[in-house]
Ligand binder design. Structure first.
Ligand code: HEC
Length: 149
């Protein structure tokens, strides 16, 4: 009986640990999706000519982007050791083997956003800033993002 209770308790702990990891993976995925929403949304749509240039919308998106990018190091502090179920992209285990290098990829993105703020005045200046930011996002994705499907 005592043994059965122990097994039951171990199973319960196992289940909640898995749930916690899925939760961590989901938070990380959610942050990237929030970043993508500001980036590909107002900024990307204007670059592609799908939205008219709107200075207030651009400025707001840059502020949101800066805020979300500032959370990457903390949100990716824990290794969930699993991917979000059904996700298109996952995190490479290399992140937690080289966390300092992963974190070092954040500052150049933050700098590109800071450079864009106050400088972007029209579609042309937005295009240049967008490309500069996109390249820095790519510098991290190249090493640390895995395409799952
Ligand atoms: C320091 C590293 C790092 C930086 C900087 C970074 N990302 Fe990511 N990104 C990741 C990792 C790791 C993943 C895969 C894990 C995930 O999706 O949770 C990812 C996933 C994504 C995804 C896929 C989300 C999904 O599952 O659908 C998008 C879109 C994305 N990033 C956009 C961006 C954009 C835009 C920027 C720049 C403004 C950026 N990221 C900057 C590390 C980074």
């Amino acid at each position: 009986m005592k043994r059965l209770i122990l097994v039951g308790a171990a199973l319960l702990i196992g289940v909640s640990a898995v749930a916690a990891q899925q939760d961590v993976a989901e938070q990380q995925d959610k942050l990237m999706k929030t970043i993508a929403k500001s980036f590909y949304g107002p900024l990307g749509r204007t670059v592609r000519g799908q939205s008219a240039y709107d200075q207030a919308a651009i400025d707001a998106a840059l502020v949101q982007l800066e805020e979300s990018v500032g959370k990457i190091a903390t949100v990716f502090a824990t290794n969930p050791k699993e991917d979000v179920f059904g996700a298109e992209y996952g995190s490479s285990q290399k992140i937690w083997q080289n966390k300092a290098d992963f974190d070092a990829k954040i500052a150049p993105v933050a700098k590109a956003i800071a450079d864009a703020r106050g400088k972007v005045k029209d579609v042309d200046s937005l295009k240049a800033a967008y490309a500069a930011m996109n390249d820095r996002c790519g510098d991290c994705h190249e090493t640390y993002r895995v395409k799952l499907k």
